[in-house]
Write a protein that binds this ligand. Structure first.
Ligand code: GUN
Ligand code: ZN
Length: 452
């Protein structure tokens, strides 16, 4: 069988279309970070996106591209096409315990999270929840996510099986935790190593999947286990590292007690070789300048999780500091501490976090409220950069995987009323970011296949 035919058969088995399709709509994406560069956005008021075999063939003005040969044309005039959203931190097992009352981080983990995660060693249960989770990502326009499973390898298999079925670009891994949690969730440094290694061999680079070594956070792993995580990263240099960092002040104080020899919380991870270009640290709220500097020098990234940080009362992330140190930042929903799987609603809260920082700082001129364009960047190319996937996803240039969403700036009466009078793309976009939800996401495409 020749290569072309094989790839055609592969595409068809995922249900991707092998034809060339043109989509006419307003188009918006980024070629750089608007917080750093002027003219970072690419905007076609009357645009045309041509997709062939699951990849972007061309994007530009409709008037320029309209004579390009296509098998079919879909007219989404009045709608806006952007890259699919990227969620750089979320826990799929926690969708059943989203929005539980009254606790901050440590109490919330013990009261709600750990008892929930115990259920995920049951394959049918985990599969059903993974399926609902992925369907809800699609509903909300999220096409890629960096996802925590639980400490059970069964939970990882269940998740990757469902993601593979949908041909979605997903990254996940088994949670490592060998102390300070219920016995049913605990592993040992040896089992953490063996199970992670087996899962990496089984899932890394299968379809569009990638693996992340996933120590939950320093309080639930011994130094020996964190060192095992570092050993896995050295043995498998392609895999990611995801964990939580400096989310809550009580947690930071606890880490200081547990690791008295380390200079800071970040230093605990650094000593075990966990701060690398492929490391993504969720939250990263309570850091000092040395931490930012180390993160920057090592090329590590941050997942900014505003709905979670407000819900658990964790603190206000300092986006300006991250920019100052050139640390890549993406948005994370962090469900179930986060209160929505919607990246649009996450952008809404991200804006409010920057507004609150401005209100409570001694130097309001040093704090800037995240702009509509910067917010969309965080959710698309910014997230892709955090995941070192900017060559594959996050924008709509030729050769990229055709993961994109079709947004309706007039979805629902309130947003419609707000946007009827919008004069610029920034104004329309800000309305979508503050007021949008799953109704705003009219369609979600994964590798050129319409999933919603
Ligand atoms: N820190 C350790 N585990 C968790 C978790 O599941 N959610 C959040 N938000 N923080 C954590
Ligand atoms: Zn989390």
């Amino acid at each position: 069988m020749n290569i072309k035919l094989v790839s055609l058969l592969c595409l068809c088995s995922f249900g991707a279309t092998a034809e060339t399709v043109g989509y006419r709509a307003e188009i918006l994406y980024f070629k750089a970070d608007p917080a750093k560069e002027k003219d970072a956005s690419v905007h076609y008021k009357d645009g045309y996106l041509i997709v062939k075999d699951g990849y972007i063939l061309k994007s530009g003005n409709y008037a320029t591209l309209k004579d390009q040969p296509v098998d079919s044309m879909i007219d989404y005039s009045g709608k806006i096409i952007t890259p699919g959203f990227i969620d750089t931190h979320v826990h799929y097992p926690q969708i059943t315990m989203i929005s539980e009352y009254g606790e901050q981080l440590i109490g919330w983990l013990n009261t709600y999270t750990f008892p929930t995660e115990i259920k995920y060693s049951n394959h049918p249960y985990a599969s059903q929840k993974a399926s609902v989770f992925l369907d809800q990502l699609v509903e909300n326009g999220t096409t890629t996510a960096l996802v925590f499973a639980t400490s059970s390898p069964v939970s990882v298999d269940a998740f990757f099986e469902q993601a593979l079925k949908r041909n979605m670009r997903m990254i996940s891994g088994k949670v490592l935790m060998d102390r300070n949690a219920p016995a049913e969730l605990l592993d040992t440094p040896e089992s953490a190593y063996e199970e992670s290694k087996a899962l990496i061999k089984k899932w890394q680079h299968k379809g569009r999947l990638d693996y992340a070594v996933t120590p939950r956070f320093a309080p639930t792993s011994t130094e020996e286990e964190l060192n095992i995580a570092g050993k896995l990263l050295r043995e498998f240099p392609d895999v990611y590292l995801q964990t939580h960092l400096a989310e809550n002040k009580q947690e930071v104080a606890w880490v200081k007690e547990l690791f008295p020899k380390s200079r800071s919380y970040l230093d605990v991870y650094d000593k075990s070789g966990l701060v690398t270009k492929k490391s993504i640290f969720a939250h990263s709220i309570h850091l000092d300048d040395t931490d930012y500097k180390v993160m920057s020098e090592k090329g590590a990234s941050i997942a900014f999780c505003p709905t979670s940080n407000l819900f658990l009362g964790s603190g206000l992330f300092n986006l300006d500091k991250a920019h100052q140190y050139s640390i890549p930042v993406g948005l994370g929903t962090d469900v179930g501490a986060g209160t929505s799987l919607s990246i649009l609603q996450t952008m809404d809260e991200a804006y409010k976090v920057t507004q609150m920082r401005k209100a409570f700082t001694d130097n309001p001129d040093d704090v800037h409220s995240v702009t509509p364009m910067e917010n969309l960047y965080l959710a698309t190319l910014g997230g892709a950069t955090v995941l070192s996937l900017q060559d594959k996803i996050g924008s709509l240039t030729p050769g990229k995987e055709a993961d994109f969403v079709v947004l309706d700036p007039l979805a629902g009466q309130v947003l419609a009323g707000r946007n009827e009078g919008s004069k610029t793309i920034e104004e329309t976009l800000f309305g979508i970011e503050m007021l949008g939800d799953d109704r705003t996401v009219t369609h979600t495409y994964v590798m050129g296949k319409k999933m919603k």
